[in-house]
Design a protein around this ligand. Structure first.
Ligand code: AP5
Length: 223
């Protein structure tokens, strides 16, 4: 299964991707996570990307495409993958098509998570991530057992720099301007399945798994 999880910042892409990856045994590739890994290792690419991410803007296509190609070349991707946060521009969508066609592959479907801006702002202001292992929590819906401490590794939990209210506003504007056209690109190719991303985590995960099961893991052509 070759899947894209699409949706605005904070719509639950990472949360849903983790679940689908577990159930279908395929890797979850988040370009946001990969870029943050570059930043924490202070690579040249990471330092360039940080300038854009700190402003809530998209990182230039050539940098993100490099990170993505590197991730897709890993052997575990041969079984399939879930892309989270990529593609985000039409140039990236076209680049992805080229990369996959060279591998004799194509995207099976795009799951589009719909969540209101109000809910997004609430989810992101209460999200906390582990500084060490990147595990994601939510102060309201998925709190850690001990305040400020990661259940998984004991690392410190922080608010992501780009989850501050002004930056969230800018990320939402960037999404509408740059990423919404990507959705139309896949709608025109009959690849999009709309998912109601509202409701609690258990409900949304169940909705996604049900639709994937109905579509035979999206193997069958949609429509
Ligand atoms: P990235 O890390 O991809 O951020 P994003 O797309 O803005 O998405 P988020 O990670 O913020 O949210 P999510 O949808 O995964 O939600 P989550 O599951 O965590 O990108 C960051 C930056 O990197 C970009 O701004 C850009 O600069 C750069 N970048 C990345 N990819 C790029 C690309 N392709 N091109 C150019 N630049 C790129 O959930 C959010 C919170 O809500 C969590 O606390 C979670 O526990 C909670 N939650 C989840 N689901 C529910 C639910 N159903 N009910 C209640 N709470 C929920």
């Amino acid at each position: 299964m070759h899947l894209i999880i699409f949706g605005p910042p904070g719509s639950g892409k990472g949360t849903v991707s983790e679940e689908v990856a577990k159930v279908y045994g395929i890797p979850h590739i988040s370009t946001g996570d990969l870029l943050r890994e570059h930043i924490s290792k202070k690579t040249a690419l990471g330092m360039k990307a940080k300038e854009y991410m700190d402003r809530g803007e998209l990182v230039p296509d050539e940098l993100v495409n490099e990170v993505l190609k590197d991730a897709l070349s890993r052997s575990e991707c041969k079984r399939g993958f879930i892309l989270d946060g990529y593609p985000r521009t039409l140039t990236q969508a076209e680049e992805l098509e080229k990369i996959l066609s060279n591998l004799g592959l194509h995207i099976d479907c795009v799951l589009n998570l719909n969540v209101s801006d109000e809910e997004i702002v609430k989810r992101l202001s209460t999200r906390r991530v582990c500084k060490v292992c990147g595990a994601v929590y939510n102060l309201i819906t998925n709190p850690p057992k001990v305040e400020g401490v990661c259940d998984r590794c004991g690392g410190t939990l922080i608010l992501r720099d780009d989850d501050k209210p002004d930056i969230v506003k800018s990320r939402l504007q960037t999404y509408v301007k740059m990423s919404a056209p990507v959705l139309n690109y896949y709608v025109a190719r009959n690849k999009v399945l709309d998912i109601d991303g509202s409701g609690d985590v258990v409900t949304v995960k169940a909705r996604v798994l049900r639709i994937l099961e109905e579509k035979g893991g999206c193997k069958a052509a949609l429509g």
